[in-house]
Design a protein around this ligand. Sequence first.
Ligand SMILES: [Zn+2]
Length: 458
Amino acid sequence: MDILIKNATIVTNDPQRPVLRNSSVGVEDGLIVSVGKAGSSSADVVLQGDGKTLAPGLVNAHTHFHQALARGLEEDLALYPWLDKMWRFSRMLTSAEIYAATLLGAIEAVKSGSTSVITHQSHATDRQSVLKAVQAMNAVGLRAVFVRSSPRVLTKASEKMKNAGKLFKPPEEALKDSRVTEELMGEVNRSRGGLVKVWPGFPNVLTTDPDFILKSCEMAQRYGVGVHTHCSEDRSEPILYNKGYGLRPIEALYKMDVLSPMFHLAHCVWISKKEVQLLGKAGGCVVHNPVSNMYLADGVAPIPDLVKAGATIALGSDGPASNNTQDMFPVMKSAVLLQKVIHLNPSVMTAPQAFRMATSEGAKILGLEGKMGVINEGMKADMILVNMKKSHIQPVYREVSSLVYCCQGGDVESAIINGKVVMENGVLMNVDEVKTLDDIQRIANHLLKRVRRSERHN
Ligand SMILES: [Zn+2]
């Protein structure tokens, strides 16, 4: 056996046996091979689980690692003024800076309990930068999807946006650019050894030509992957879309017949009752980012209605520059609390629901339903060991509630991804965390100088 986690409390996420006490989990060849009493089994690596909780690794289903160098740079702005600043910043990133930012993001993810991440990048998407980002995530040992976003283009809806002519490209540019995505998918997704896959995506339904959306979905299907984008984060988006196309974004996507668990829509804050029903009917996927939605004063997504309608909901931190961490524990907690307070209803959303969204639902939208997100024999060995013997956690009555309401990323001691220990007792096994952190501030200062210089010249 490769790894044995001994005598832990196991939050399995399996409704048949949700919590197992004083139990052990064995791992071999990337998979969970035994769950229960350890007996006399031995393994190459033994992790002691006394006083600790073993849980499925968290899935951060929406972030932008390239923003890691912009963390804390802009505050107290609404989405579009904030995006103006972020676009200016992101356009200046070199491939070396993409590597540094992605490495920082991946380190933070693993250290705070995320074993899978979807990172969406719409700037610095040249071949070299994408390969650098993939290399950084593989270096840490993270399971990840790199969404290579197409450029923003002029559409019937986006041409009415401020600065559209200056910022957005003609629609044919996106088509030309998608060849690079396809090449990278062929190259990266077929390579052995890494856990990072490239998926196609676009910045926003509003700034993407409907024909291109269809073509992206066809391409994703050919490669057996999904598509990832943003939708209706700001109140203005469905209004502009309606002006351009005579219907709302989700209505258009439903007509195109593209909605599915593998077609990810980040946010969906400003969606109508009809759009909620359409997402439910199609089993569409919404990635909810409650902390970022509060940070940018976007509003509150109608998550309980979407769940009731039958939509698939996963959770995301959103980029490091609008959160400002990648820690998924406060994301789970905020997802629950935000719905309770907006509905003035304490039972409208629960901790176990948020936990499933951050684990098994996250696995589903990665195309890994029934293969990951539950601690059972035959599942992918992506798990975290959390130290619950802490003053902000004890006593523990319901493990899942303690994980959602009390725990923080820093309570995660060890992480296993695809059957490999990538962090043990807080120490990353594959990269030098201290050196990376030493380098980051210097790299960020240098970048900021260039950004400020370009602002003065514009
Ligand atoms: Zn986003």
